[in-house]
Design a binder for this molecule. Structure first.
Ligand SMILES: N=c1c2ncn([C@@H]3O[C@H](COP(=O)(O)OP(=O)(O)OP(=O)(O)O)[C@@H](O)[C@H]3O)c2ncn1[C@@H]1O[C@H](COP(=O)(O)O)[C@@H](O)[C@H]1O
Length: 106
């Protein structure tokens, strides 16, 4: 079982210490445009899979997207903690928005 943090660390390791035959290394070698193209393709595949009944296919495509987004984050120097911090900031913000919606309903 691999956590998202562990996968991120493995991808970071590939960037810092390229390994022959590694797909991650191939993406870093091709560069940002290639990584962005893959993120775009995988996003579309998630959308298509979501419209179909197979949960297995959907989970497969989401996993592909998560992996490619992590490669993009490593390439841009953004950590999993950066995302966690942003999400944590929204916790308070979102409950205020919810409160606002409740008030507006009155
Ligand atoms: N999670 C993934 C992962 N998800 C998807 N992929 C690769 O992403 C590619 C997506 O498939 P596509 O058919 O869209 O792309 P392709 O035709 O193979 O390649 P392109 O020429 O289109 O770029 C496949 O080659 C998959 O193997 C991944 N490759 C690696 N990982 C993880 O990264 C780790 C390190 O992998 P390496 O860098 O290969 O050692 C692995 O142990 C895994 O945990």
């Amino acid at each position: 079982m691999q956590t998202i943090e562990e996968l991120y660390q493995l991808i970071l390791q590939r960037k810092n210490k390229p390994e022959a035959g590694s797909y991650t290394d191939y993406l870093f070698t091709k560069g940002l445009d290639k990584i962005l193209k893959k993120v775009g393709e995988e996003s579309t595949e998630v959308v298509v899979a979501a419209k179909n009944p197979s949960d297995e296919d959907f989970v497969y495509e989401v996993s592909d997207l998560v992996y490619h987004v992590l490669v993009l984050m490593v390439d841009r120097g953004i950590s999993v903690d950066d995302i966690k911090t942003e999400l944590a900031k929204r916790e308070g913000l979102m409950s205020k928005t919810k409160e606002r919606r409740e008030i507006d309903k009155l």
